[in-house]
Write a protein of this length. Structure first.
Length: 36
């Protein structure tokens, strides 16, 4: 691994945040148009 164990929460937090934002943006247009 290139980074220490202390960086893991930071890395996973950033990755999780990115995934969450991506899913919100991707799901916004599709889900809202499909359901409402």
């Amino acid at each position: 691994m290139l980074f220490g164990v202390g960086k893991l929460p930071e890395v996973f937090g950033a990755v999780g945040k990115g995934i969450r934002e991506f899913r919100q943006n991707a799901g916004d247009s599709g889900e809202r148009n499909g359901t409402g």
